[in-house]
Design a protein around this ligand. Structure first.
Ligand SMILES: [Zn+2]
Length: 113
């Protein structure tokens, strides 16, 4: 499976199409309006055509939220070494609508944690 940001600078490929996407209501995910598909970093390749992505990190510093430096799309997040989990999540809003609409959505109540 391949997705990219709006300008095509950030290119992401994963071993498989996700079985579901997570939409979370926590303070950052609701602002990004992201639909996350969860993988291990080994299952995903992130490539850059022109510029490397930039990221935002806050709070307990367990997650880097990456965006395209050129078009600003939130493309993926990765957990940092301070996090117990080893996750690379792709923002499936970068996928073609036909693909995204074919994947079940799971609502995640991140705001309550
Ligand atoms: Zn871009």
């Amino acid at each position: 499976m391949k997705v990219s940001c709006h300008c095509g600078n950030v290119q992401i490929s994963a071993v498989s199409v996700p079985k579901e996407v997570g939409q979370c209501n926590c303070s950052i995910c609701r602002r990004y309006a992201a639909s996350w598909a969860y993988y291990t970093p080994q299952e995903v390749t992130v490539a850059f055509e022109r510029e490397k992505s930039v990221y935002y990190i806050w709070g307990d510093k367990e997650v880097e939220f990456h965006r395209c430096r050129l078009c600003g799309c939130i493309t993926h997040y990765v957990t940092t070494p301070t996090c117990d989990a080893d996750i690379l999540a792709i923002n499936m809003q970068m996928a073609a609508p036909e693909l995204l609409n074919s994947i079940p959505v799971r609502k995640i109540d991140g705001a309550s944690y």
